[in-house]
Design a binder for this molecule. Structure first.
Ligand code: ATP
Length: 359
């Protein structure tokens, strides 16, 4: 069973703590993505699982066995780096077989594993080439191939697609998903790109400044963010945040008035305690949750600055009367002709002043 379990894992560099007591349970065969902005500690966390970085506190177990003091080579993991780390003077075939040859693996078995990896990654015809005669995408395939031949319990990926151009990144993303389905192996993947996280992950771990903000399935995080950070991080274009205050309560929930918009009141179902009337809150609205006027529970008039046509959909970059920027998503056919437009808010989220979700 290639589970990976992190219990209260901490990391300090000198007096500076960069990971604060992380608890993460990764199931056998699961694809888990660590995502967060630069410096949040996601690579450090991955490197601690790999054994490339000591842990300052807590426990890491792989396949139920505590590996705190186990050497990287004995952890049953294989890591794929952003930089590919191929040997330039060796052919693709030699790059793939090198690790196994060094450990004295039987020749026939090495050949079988290399052949299989090459077939899975569709690089069989490149076996005699040197890395410098490969494209970026082909090099990354060889780097992944080197991990596959080790037949590890767990694959670790550290931003493997960051050096590729946009089109290749999308292509390789699909390849990695396919690989996960084909091998059924446990995979842990680090990226700062929320789209990569959303499309690849069974579950996402959102990190900020060494803390886990939320763990959940991609659509769970999208539909049910715990706080304003996760709400703003997951989704593109990101959720709009509009200043507001509490007016009171009615039968359906708490009544909120958008700042500077006396007529725009949003009612939020709330099972918890509502903040006092007058309390400042933030209303979050996803671009696709603005509808045609009269369609939702509140209408808002905005002035459109810029329209971006993407083909099927368009994004309207607009400003509320109170001067807040909002992005509105529309079907291309439904883009208004006028610059002033009234939209409805079909669905919204409510956050307190500290950014915690009110529900
Ligand atoms: P990025 O996407 O930029 O790689 P990250 O989320 O992967 O960011 P880490 O590389 O894990 O972040 O770094 C987390 C924090 O630890 C950062 O503040 C970084 O400066 C610090 N850090 C990382 N390695 C060391 C080190 N060897 N010595 C001191 N501080 C370090």
């Amino acid at each position: 069973m290639a589970t990976v379990t992190l219990t209260n894992v901490a990391k300090r560099f000198g007096a500076f703590e960069v990971v604060h007591g992380a608890n993460i349970d990764i199931a056998d065969g699961e694809f888990v993505v660590f995502v967060g902005p630069s410096g949040c500690g996601k690579s450090t966390l991955l490197r601690m699982i790999a054994g490339l970085e000591d842990i300052s506190g807590g426990e890491i177990a792989i396949g139920g066995k505590v590996v705190n003091d186990v050497e990287p080579a004995d952890r049953g993991i294989a890591m794929v780096f952003q930089s590919y780390a191929l040997y330039p003077h060796m052919s693709v075939e030699q790059n793939l077989s090198f690790g196994l040859r060094m450990t004295g693996n039987p020749k026939a078995d090495t050949e079988r594993r290399v052949k299989r990896a090459a077939e899975i990654l569709r690089i069989s015809e490149l076996m005699e080439r040197r890395p410098k005669k490969l494209s970026g995408g082909q090099r990354q395939r060889v780097a992944i191939g080197r991990a596959i031949v080790r037949e590890p319990q767990v694959f670790l990926f550290d931003e493997p697609l960051s050096n590729l151009d946009a089109e290749l990144r999308v292509q390789m993303r699909v390849e990695i998903s396919r690989l996960h389905k084909e091998l059924g192996a446990t995979m842990v993947y680090v990226t700062h790109d929320q789209t990569e996280a959303m499309t690849l992950a069974d579950r996402i771990v959102v990190l900020r400044a060494g803390h886990i903000e939320q763990i959940g399935r991609p659509l769970e995080l999208y539909d049910n963010p715990d706080n304003i950070f996760v709400a703003g991080f997951v989704g593109s274009p990101k959720m709009n945040f509009i200043k507001a205050h509490i007016v009171g309560r009615d039968a359906k929930g708490v009544v909120v008035e958008l700042a500077g918009e006396e007529k725009t009141r949003v009612v939020q179902p709330l099972t918890g305690v509502a903040p006092e009337p007058g309390s400042k809150v933030i209303v979050g609205v996803r671009p696709e949750h603005f509808g045609v006027a009269g369609e939702g529970d509140a209408d808002l008039t905005v002035a459109i600055d810029v329209v971006e046509h993407l083909g099927g959909t368009s994004f309207l970059y607009a400003r509320t009367a109170h001067g807040e920027d909002v992005v509105i998503q529309r079907d291309a056919a439904k883009v208004p002709e006028t610059s002033d437009v009234t939209v409805s808010i079909r669905k919204s989220y409510l956050f307190d002043e500290k950014g915690m979700r009110l529900r």
